[in-house]
Each structure stands twice: as C-alpha cells, then as structure tokens.
Design a protein around this ligand. Structure first.
Ligand code: F6R
Length: 604
C-alpha cells in the first residue's frame, strides 16, 4: 500500500526522500508528495498525482533542507488527487504528516473534535494531523498532543509527523502498518521498508505496534503511548544495494522470473546440512508432527502456492491440509480440528488480511508458522515459527519468484517432516536432486522466451478474455496463471478445473476465445484434459497447450522439462509467467506497476 520515508539530520533531505520514494513506489503509485523543511517555519510541500517521476518533474533545484517526510499513495479514502496526496497539514499548516493505513474512526473524530475545521481533501489522514494541531492549540506540547491523538485514533497506521516550527524532530508511531527506523551517523530515518533506506544505512531498529518514536539527528527514543521508555537494539540488514536494482532488465518482473533457478539453488543450500540432507528447525518439524490438521492461510498468489503444496504436504506429512483465504478467515473462522497448525504464507510478511488471521490464531493459542520472504516482517515476528524463502527482494507487483520459492520451501518442510515420521514416500523423494532438476527445467523454459513471446503475440493480441484450464496440480497452476495474466495485462482470465468447464462455463467459449491448457506428467489427467481441449476446440476456442515434454505431442505449443510430480507446479507456472509478461508488453502497459494495485497490501 502506501510508502513512507522520513529523514532528519545532516543529509540532503530532498535527495533521500526522492530516492526512497522511488524504491517505495511499488507499494503504491497513484500520487506522491514530500515536505522538506528549510528551517523553522520555512518548508516546501510538493505533491503530484501519478508516479514519482511526475513529482520529480515538479521539484525545483532549490528545494534544500535536512529534515523531510515523503509519501507514495495507494488511495483508500478519496480519489488520487493533489489535495488527497500526502503529506497533509494541520488547520494552520504548522504540522505536516504522512500516513500509511486506515483510520477507522476518522468520521467520529471529525465530528467530536474537529467540527470547526476546514479540510482540503477527503482522506482519513488529514483528520489525524488536524487532531494533533488542535491539541497543541489547546495547550499541549507536541509530544503530548501526538500521544493524546494516538490514544484516540483507531485502525492501522504508520505515521511520521513534523512540526514545521521545530523541524529538528520527527515524531513516529505505528499500529499494524509496517515502519522501520534507519540509524545513521548524524542523521536518522524512518521508512516503510529497509529497501528504501539501504543506500544510506544498513543499520535498522524495529518499531512494534503502539510504540512512539522521537527521532532527531542523533537520538532515537522509543516509548509506549503512556510515555514509558523502551529499550530497543539495532540490527544490521543483509540486503545488498544490487539486490534491489533492475540491472540491465527493462522490468523487475523479467529479472525476477529469470532469478528463479538461482532461488531454487539458494533454497537447497539454506535448508541442507553438512551431509547434504534436507534440514528444518526441529521445533518446526515437531509443530507439524503435533498437528492433526494443517490450515494454510494466505492471499492471492501466496494462496495459490498453498494449493500447489497441498498434495505433497498431505502425502509426505500424513496430515490433512485445508486452505483458507485470509480476508475470509480473519472474521469467519470455521470449526477447527483439535490440534491445528496454521501456516501463513506471505511474500511480504505484511499483508493485513493474513495478519488479522494470525492475531486471531495467537489469541486462540494456535501454533503458527509463517513462510515469508522478509525476515523480521510482522507476520514473521508474531508467528511461533518462521521459514524464509531466500528469494531476495521481489519488487514487481506481480509475484513470480516468491510463488515458486513458497512451493519449494513447503516441499522442504514436507520432506523434513516425512523423514522424521519415517514416511516411505519421503524416503524415496530425493528433494535436493529434485530441486536441482526443477532449476534446470526452469532454465530450459527460460531459454524458450522467443517462442513463448511469438505464441502470445498471435494468441492474446486483442482478446478481452481468456481461460487457463488444467486438472490436479495443473488446475492450481491455472488459478495462479490466470491471476498473473489478468493483474498485469488486464485480460479477463479465469483459471478453471478442466473437467468443470462443461458444467456451465463452457457457454462462454465462442469463436476465437483463447484457452490455455496445462498438462503436466500424469497420463490419466492428461488424457482427460486433452478431451476437454477437444470440447472447447469444437466450439471455436483458440487453444494453446503447455505440456510436460515426456507426454507432449508433435503439435503441442510449449514443452516443459519433466520434474517430480510433487514439484510440477513450479515447472508448469514458468511459461505462464512469461505469457503474462509478453501479453502486457504487447499492450504497451507498465509490467511492474499495474493499475489499482500495490505490492504490499497493508490494509484489510
Ligand atoms: C499477485 C500478488 C498478490 C499477493 C497477495 C499476498 O501477483 O502478488 O496476489 O500474493 O497480495 O501478498 P503476500 O504474499 O505479500 O502476503
């Protein structure tokens, strides 16, 4: 969702804010703004609708100062406009604030405390900064006013507040929305994630929910909302600046697709012991062994990765697996088994819907495991256990390498539990070898980019809709493949169980409708899917087949090198990622930043 950056100290604030916002742009990109203080009561507020590049074009060369806050927005309250873009100011414009999250009681606050105020836009954020301003007018110090406001405000937020009259301090607070302090020499920073600060520092400090931080150029004080001081260690992040660059790639998505063989190999090395055997923390293995049912909770692509992992998790751990959509389970928890284990899958580790489920699970005393790409993320911190994806930062909004890493990581877990249980299928499943073969299969598909591009250009150039079909694990890949295609190319696409089409949806098939069929290496399912292809072809569909090479026919379109059936989803999804990529390129759209979306969905 929105991204926040702030800096106070001895640095050029405009430069830091702008490069931070560029790095944060994947979190939201419908409008942006910065406030830079040029001394007491002298500040510049610049906002723009659109991308950070639009904001940059509005900056004069003379915007200089060493304290500032910036924001890139994903609209929740009020459309994308300059008046709704952050930073927002208080009634007298003395206070300036950026916010990520949703203030749930903003209308009550407006009515109860701010009925005489005039607002410039429609956002919930503006109410928060007016509230602080109001309390200062009533005689409170800035810190006391901020604390009082925090006691009143309900919902999710990461705030950074500047008092333009005393711009040597940034006031920061968070609840449910991500925020991190960056520690510098003669300056300090605050930001939604480490990636946007890594050029300046690799030393960070976590902030927990309902904590308030007062930042000056050489001090960081953390307290709770009642003013009790809290001790907090700093830590050094392992991020490398080159991890977050695009290099020579035109888009992050293509870079991230190409990184998948490396990610498979990284996972092997992260989860093998000195003898080359798969190894997972004993406590995590025990948590699975103690469970009578595994519940996987996730959203979007991560939810699809859960489906792709269900079969091997059940077969290797001998434990039933149930899937849940986080946004549904957060408030409608179904009847659970006696000894459940919740596995939260989340690339970002910050998804508010998944966090809501985790909060409930913690209240209910249910053991939890978070499978995430981001160490130290909220879902990691708050779960009983964490397994990391080792995929490196994923910046394109459309998730690719995280999906395949999620399946591989869960396979590692399933194998470790199966081995500990003496499961015979686990004993036969040489996962280190199989993941190496998966890496090779991905490489083979990546070497066919030109062919895939050509097929896409013939099939999807003008279509408004399409279908992916498959059976078994291929059905789960079809769900993910269709999400990928629709989210970036805006082609309406459904992922369908091939056999289910004839129970209604086949009425949508008419002359020229693209149907993309996935057929991995299972003879029985393959022959049934081939039958379904006949049915749609007979009704005029334009069919493209993506088939495991071991069972491919002469006229199949895209061949995928065979991998172990447990891992077929990883190999089969690669062509579909490239299909989404090339279909989007052909339409001249921004592959990395599709409309209406943001990378990290930190509102419910
Ligand atoms: C789609 C995509 C989203 C995310 C979903 C959950 O390409 O990336 O569907 O998978 O928003 O995000 P995480 O995995 O960060 O919890």
């Amino acid at each position: 969702m929105c991204g926040i950056v702030g800096v106070v100290g001895n640095k050029n604030a405009t430069d830091i804010l702008m490069q931070g916002l560029e790095k944060l742009e994947y979190r939201g990109y419908d409008s942006a703004g910065i406030y830079v203080s040029e001394g007491a009561s002298k500040g510049r507020l610049i906002k723009s609708v659109g991308r950070i590049a639009d904001l940059r074009s509005k900056l004069g060369i003379d915007v200089a100062g060493s304290t500032g806050i910036g924001h890139t927005r994903w609209a929740t309250h009020g459309p994308a406009s300059e008046s709704n873009a952050h930073p927002h100011t208080s009634e007298t414009a003395r206070f300036v604030l950026v916010h990520n999250g949703v203030i749930e009681n903003y209308l009550q606050i407006k009515e109860e405390y701010l009925s005489a105020h005039t607002f410039r836009g429609q956002t919930d954020t503006e109410i928060a900064v007016h509230l602080v301003g109001q309390f200062v007018e009533e005689g409170l110090s800035v810190l006391e006013a901020f604390k009082k406001a925090l006691h009143i405000i309900e919902g999710s937020y990461a705030f950074a507040l500047v008092d333009s009259e005393n711009p040597d301090t940034i006031y920061v607070a968070k609840n449910k929305s991500p925020l991190l302090i960056g520690v510098g020499d003669g300056y300090n920073m605050v930001c939604s994630d480490a990636m946007a600060m890594i050029r300046e520092t690799s030393e960070f400090m976590e902030i927990h929910d309902k904590e308030l931080v007062v930042l000056t150029k050489d001090s960081i004080s953390v307290s709770d909302y009642d003013g009790n001081a809290l001790e907090r260690e700093t830590y050094t992040a392992e991020l490398d600046l080159s991890d977050i660059g695009k290099g020579t790639y035109p888009y992050y998505m293509l870079k991230e697709i190409d990184e998948q063989p490396t990610v498979m190999r990284k996972l092997i090395s992260a989860y093998t012991d000195e003898a080359g055997q798969i190894t997972v923390d004993d406590a995590i293995v025990k948590a699975v062994q103690n469970a009578d049912r595994i519940y996987i909770l996730a959203a979007g692509t991560s939810y699809h990765a859960g489906f792709a992992s269900k079969d091997f998790l059940e077969k290797l751990t001998d434990t039933p697996v149930e899937l849940g959509i986080s946004s549904e389970w957060g408030y409608n928890m179904p009847l659970l088994s006696k000894n459940p284990l919740f596995i939260m899958i989340s690339q970002s580790g910050e998804t508010a819907d998944s966090r809501q489920v985790l909060v409930k699970a913690n209240e209910m005393g249910i053991p939890t495991l978070t499978v995430t790409n981001v160490p130290g993320s909220t879902l990691s911190r708050e779960a009983t256990h964490t397994m990391l994806l080792h995929a490196g930062p994923e910046i394109a909004v459309a998730s690719t390498k995280a999906y395949t890493a999620q399946i591989a990581t869960l396979a590692i877990l399933a194998k470790a539990v199966g081995d500990a249980n003496g499961n015979s299928k686990a004993a036969e499943f040489d996962l280190v070898r199989e993941l190496s073969l998966v890496a090779q299969s991905i490489e083979a598909t990546l070497s066919e980019k030109d062919l895939i591009k050509e097929k896409v250009e013939q099939l999807l150039e003008t279509t408004r809709n399409a279908f992916y079909i498959g059976r078994g694990n291929d059905y789960y890949v079809a769900m993910e493949a269709s999400l990928k295609l629709k989210e970036i190319s805006y082609i309406q696409c459904e992922g369908f169980a091939a056999g289910e089409l004839k129970h209604g949806t086949i009425s949508l098939i008419e002359e020229g409708v693209p149907v993309l069929a996935l057929i991995s290496n299972n003879e029985v399912l393959a022959s049934h899917t081939r039958g379904n292809i006949q049915e749609v072809s007979a009704r005029g569909a334009n069919v493209l087949t993506i088939v495991d090479e071991a069972i491919a026919r002469e006229d199949d379109d895209i061949r995928v090198r065979t991998v172990h059936p447990f891992l077929s989803s990883i190999a089969m999804v690669i062509p579909t990622q490239l299909i989404a990529y090339y279909a989007t390129l052909q339409r001249g759209l921004d592959v990395d930043k599709p409309r209406n979306l943001a990378k990290s969905v930190t509102v419910e």
